[in-house]
Design a protein around this ligand. Structure first.
Ligand code: ADP
Length: 250
């Protein structure tokens, strides 16, 4: 199979849904490399940037993020829509525009409909981390017609085994996996020779809890897209198994 850059068949508004540890980041990177028209918008990155810059929104979001809770829907929706707008993909259609049929917009009751934002027909992107709930998905429907929701499925036992063999070099953040990316010397970082550790939050109990939580919260989200007929399920035990069918879908 060729890995050269490809054209999208049509504008793609993609959402990847998958359990923690399933490799959403890896699939995102591969899709971005394969389809140069795509860009990725990560809700977590946008939030972290706001926290770093100490914006009002960042200060408000910080506590929820630190405690592992979701930030309020209105906050995250505002953040995503302003990002889409600043990239030029979402155009606020002004109510006093010179549109030929703007006469109907003169009454105040039609003001909100007239100022409804419009998505650029060619805008193509992957949303990473958003929407997380069915409520967020409903709000997003009003802004952007999402057309590819790819559910990445890997058996929980496989994810847990992968986590158990993950080792980190804390100072640099370099990550190893004794199954498929082992350090040259067991237990030692390849570059510095310093000891590798397993992160506190890599404990199997924490992961089991995370996977259960994901199952619970993702159910309604997946049903939402299933009803709209744009949900594709791609199953595999590794990222390499998942990538080819995911790419073919898009
Ligand atoms: P993780 O993959 O570790 O959950 P993310 O980078 O996606 O992290 O998000 C970090 C934090 O930002 C989340 O724990 C949550 O508090 C907040 N967050 C991100 N996306 C959303 C969202 N769609 N809705 C609500 N909160 C969100």
């Amino acid at each position: 199979m060729s890995h050269t850059a490809r054209q999208l068949k049509k504008a793609a508004r993609i959402i990847l849904v998958g359990a923690p540890g399933v490799g959403k980041g890896t699939q995102s990177e591969r899709l971005l490399a394969r389809f140069p028209q795509l860009a990725s918008i990560s809700s977590g990155d946008l939030l972290r940037e706001n926290v770093r810059r100490r914006t009002q929104l960042g200060v408000q979001a910080e506590a929820a993020m630190q405690s592992g809770n979701l930030v309020p829907d209105s906050m995250i929706l505002g953040l995503i829509s302003s990002e889409l707008t600043s990239k030029g993909w979402l155009k606020p259609s002004s109510s006093n525009s010179s549109a030929p049929n703007s006469s109907t917009a003169s009454t105040s009751s039609s003001q909100s409909a007239a100022s409804f934002p419009q998505i650029s027909p060619t805008a193509s992107f992957i949303l990473d981390g958003f929407p997380r709930t069915a409520t967020q998905a409903t709000s997003l429907d009003a802004l952007v017609p999402v057309n590819f929701v790819v559910q990445l499925v890997t058996p929980p036992s496989v994810i847990l085994a992968r986590i158990a063999s993950r080792w980190v070099h804390e100072p640099s953040g370099r990550v190893y996996n004794t199954d498929f990316h082992a350090p040259k010397v067991p237990g030692k970082d390849d570059i510095t020779g310093e000891p590798l550790t397993q992160r506190e939050d890599d404990s199997i109990d924490t992961w089991k809890q995370r996977l259960r939580k994901f199952e619970e919260t993702s159910r309604a989200l997946l049903e939402h897209y299933e009803r709209r007929g744009c949900l594709w399920r791609v199953e595999g035990k590794s990222s390499d198994e998942i990538t080819p069918p995911a790419v073919r879908r898009i």
